[in-house]
Design a protein around this ligand. Sequence first.
Ligand code: SAM
Ligand code: DTB
Ligand code: SF4
Length: 314
Amino acid sequence: MTTKLIRHDWQLAEVNKLFNTAFNDLLFQAQSIHRQFFDPNELQLSTLLNIKTGKCSEDCSYCSQSVRFDTELKTEDLMQLDSVIAAANQAKANGATRFCMGAAWRKPKAKDLPKLLDMVKSVKALGLETCLTAGMLEAEQAQQLQQAGLDYYNHNLDTSEDYYKNIITTHSYQDRLDTLANIRNANLKTCAGGIIGLGETETDRAKLLMTLANLETQPESVPINQLVPIKGTPLGETEKLDTFEIVRCIAVARIMMPKSYVRLSAGRSTMSDELQALCFLAGANSVFYGEELLTTDNPSTQDDQQLFQRLGIS
Ligand code: SAM
Ligand code: DTB
Ligand code: SF4
């Protein structure tokens, strides 16, 4: 049963067909698959900490942290180890199981790596799962991080290969795929997903999910971010995506990657409770938990606790 459901040969026509399935049928299919692999009333909670803020050389059109856009962001150099440990302790006390550290880099420099290794070792020692997102990784850097105790590396494909060039010009889709291969070869777990609402078509979303699902091993964690429009970036005035498109995208991700954690990521603070509940019904079973994402707001832990309680989610 398991082997048949995990497919790596998805074709575009069938993924497009999934996207166009009647909403109730799509949700039923996604929830049925979800129940074969997961407890439908459980969510995995990850807390994010931005360990290096802004001044990134890359030109990702959605990002508040690119040096190329005037986004009024307060930039910060790489954080000190003791502050990272304090934040991780707090995340653990609040109930998070995974601590994700984000750094606004194209890729980590040789001089930064020992500091990252220390952070990973220290957070791991607190009994938390560790995750890092710091841009492109060389094969050797990935191995060093794995040896230091890193569990997950986050590196998103963001959108389809075709649409990628409209969003980012300073690195290529192949660069992203190469880093994903380095992560996998180092025996790190992969966290890879994308952003929706960048002005892409539904077919771009289908292609993104197809690329992720057809990887030799599907990512263990798939964050689906809704664009948070940032003033000063080229996508700062982008119109909001139809909310049902978000639910559909989650449902199709769930159907195509049945054993992966699908994370309802950026964008939750502007979603209604009802929309979030629909996303959980569609198979999202992970969220970022904590008042802040990297540079933007997330729902308060109190609001989240209330929502989870009302939905009977643990
Ligand atoms: N620099 C690293 C990289 O690009 O991989 C790590 C940090 S980067 C901010 C991590 C991810 O956050 C991006 O790949 C993108 O998917 C997501 N992200 C960034 N800005 C966003 C925004 N304004 N709205 C939604 N998602 C966003
Ligand atoms: C991911 O897919 N989403 C997170 C995490 N990985 C690093 C980041 C979301 C960022 C949202 C915009 C911001 O706060 O700057
Ligand atoms: Fe830099 Fe990552 Fe933002 Fe792109 S998404 S500008 S690589 S921090």
